[in-house]
Design a protein around this ligand. Sequence first.
Ligand SMILES: C[S@@+](CC[C@H](N)C(=O)[O-])C[C@H]1O[C@@H](n2cnc3c(N)ncnc32)[C@H](O)[C@@H]1O
Length: 223
Amino acid sequence: MKSYYDALFYDEAGARRYFNFVKDHAVGNTLLEFACGTGDVLNMLAPTFAVTGIDIDPEMIEQVPVKFPHLADKVSVGDFLDYSSDQKFDTVACIGDSTNYILTPEDLQRFITTMVGVSDHIIVDCHHPYRLREFSDDYYEEGSTDAFDYAYQIEVNGEHLVHVINFLDGTFDSIYQWVFDPHILIDGFSAQGYHVSVYTDYEHEGFLPEGEKIVLVATKETV
Ligand SMILES: C[S@@+](CC[C@H](N)C(=O)[O-])C[C@H]1O[C@@H](n2cnc3c(N)ncnc32)[C@H](O)[C@@H]1O
């Protein structure tokens, strides 16, 4: 991804919305962001929290110090399906529909296990199931950036969204996302002893019937 990711997907307002939500709902000082991408939200969080960023894609992680030199020693390559650390973090966040890169119920369970292993306070988002209806007629956009022209298409295939980006030079990339039922995460964190608060689109409390994203704030219950 990667070389084109920021040019195509960077959305200042969207990053700021993620940042504001995480800042308002995080606890403590140490904050781990899984799937930090090229570091935009991590950079916004850095003045307030002692941040650590992890992403599975080396090309994304390589971009972080180019954009934000002060984050160079705060980020590394890692997999949120099997990451472990000696340190427990006050908060762990995974946002920007990164959880939808998980493609099987088994891996979603591994994700839950990883999250509860690293923190007692979890902030995570995923696609709202309504997205499958929203994109059922397919989405198509043509555009250009400073660096390239592209056609961007989103198709629904069962419970999956298939993003295809065709570049005018004939190359293409595709991203496959599973739009799972967010109750799998809600029930999974609850089963691990977490109290889970649910938000729709980062601003409405509760699980509304329509929306783009479901956001969960899960906190380990103490007796
Ligand atoms: C849609 S991007 C979001 C990036 C960033 N959070 C943002 O909001 O701009 C999804 C990110 O998830 C990362 N990712 C996918 N699977 C992952 C995994 N198993 N472990 C860690 N990162 C993963 C990808 O490399 C990519 O950077």
